[in-house]
Design a protein around this ligand. Sequence first.
Ligand SMILES: Nc1ccn([C@@H]2O[C@H](COP(=O)(O)OP(=O)(O)OP(=O)(O)O)[C@@H](O)[C@H]2O)c(=O)n1
Ligand SMILES: C[C@](O)(CO)[C@H](O)COP(=O)(O)O
Length: 278
Amino acid sequence: MAAGCHGKQGWKEIIHNEACSIRWPLKRQCQNNAGRAVVFDHVGESRTIPDMNVGLLLLSAGSGSRFGGEVPKQYIAVGGQALLLHTLEHLAAEPRIALVQPVIAAGDSYFASLVAGLSFPFTLLPPVVGGATRAHSMQQGLQALPADIDLVAVHDAARPLPSKRLLGDVIDTAARYGAAVPGLAVHDTIKRVDSDGRVLETPARESLRAVQTPQVARREWFHKALRCEQERLQLHTDDASLLEAAGFDVYVSEGDAANRKITTPADMAWLADRLQQS
Ligand SMILES: Nc1ccn([C@@H]2O[C@H](COP(=O)(O)OP(=O)(O)OP(=O)(O)O)[C@@H](O)[C@H]2O)c(=O)n1
Ligand SMILES: C[C@](O)(CO)[C@H](O)COP(=O)(O)O
């Protein structure tokens, strides 16, 4: 393919406040002479997509309040081993994941003994302690990542079955556009309601996606988004919404029904069945 660019010229600038403004080129895709995609980052430098070094934050600091019970759900044995070990085994299928940074709860007495003596194709870093909400835990993990990481993937420890295909697609999409999440088309009709349950809106189903993890973005985008949204971290139930609120474009790659989050005992029963069948 010939070298060149297409798309709009110019800059998009979003000013949140004095501490937080983001400026990057409007949609502009280019090809270099080798036919490889060249992307522009938000400070306007172009670069060819290299084989990205991905650092994955494994969020495991939740208490599992909807699941209930004494032992946090990610440490419950299912299919012969703790749920979290299934998650680590599946992540090992994607060779671009160079390291995994676990984020655990203060006083966690399970993680260290669970992984002791195990080896993985990625570097498993010592865990850091998370925070009160998912976004606070993500922030703690991000701060602990080594400097040579290009893309950061944030994954729920409670999603044990991310496939190689799903991991590859979401990393490819984030490498190309800067940020991506896996998502599935929704099959039910979705209503938006007020606090009394009165329907406010029926959004067009074709435009809706139920999103999963890993949620992947350029490291600097996550840093900026966290800075911009620092006062509102508790409002964000996923990592992409931090980026969206800060003005970054996020793309959806193809999700997978098997990449289900274990939230309730019914999800765990589904997982036990699934592992037994495989
Ligand atoms: N403060 C928090 C809250 C959640 N998580 C992690 O984020 C993932 C997705 O969250 P969720 O399923 O909600 O887990 P819990 O917070 O444990 O569950 P619940 O909301 O029912 O309490 C889980 O792997 C969980 O351990 C985290 O690292 N830090
Ligand atoms: C990030 C997430 O898994 C995407 O579906 C989800 O939003 C986590 O939400 P939860 O409230 O922590 O279950």
